[in-house]
Design a protein around this ligand. Sequence first.
Ligand SMILES: *[C@@H]1O[C@H](CO)[C@@H](O)[C@H](O)[C@H]1NC(C)=O
Ligand SMILES: *[C@@H]1O[C@H](CO)[C@@H](O)[C@H](O)[C@H]1NC(C)=O
Length: 142
Amino acid sequence: MYTTLHVLSCLLIPTLTAAISVVPEEIRMDWVSTAEPFRTDCECESGIAPDLSQRVLSLAEFPNDSCLKCYMCCLSTNLNLMNPATYELSVKELVRRVAGVDYVIATKCVNATSGLKNPSEKVYQTSLCIVFSLVQPPISIT
Ligand SMILES: *[C@@H]1O[C@H](CO)[C@@H](O)[C@H](O)[C@H]1NC(C)=O
Ligand SMILES: *[C@@H]1O[C@H](CO)[C@@H](O)[C@H](O)[C@H]1NC(C)=O
């Protein structure tokens, strides 16, 4: 089981850009409106490049960028997805507030990142885990 998943995730990495563009659009649009009340404050606090904050949720584009990680951490705290004192992510709030995320995805992604100490990195890795869980196969090879 582990080996199969591991191989699959290795195969997915080269196609990251193609794969992430197929998180269903209605889910991405929902993410944008959920974040909107906190967007300006979190842009300011994180120093994220404006073009990147435009793309991150609308295109599910998550480059390895420290300001972007900080931006996502800010949004998560404001949305009560993460406890600011313990840095624990809430499965219940993820399911309630993040479109596309069900209990199975939330539990898997929170578990997978529970060992990370840096809150921005934890939120970032959880976001990537959610994106990969929602990606629909970009092409079928049959
Ligand atoms: C992300 O960027 C940091 C800082 O530039 C670098 O140290 C790290 O290795 C990068 N991680 C990945 C997965 O590319
Ligand atoms: C997540 O961790 C909890 C507590 O350690 C465990 O009960 C649960 O089965 C885990 N879930 C998954 C999907 O790994």
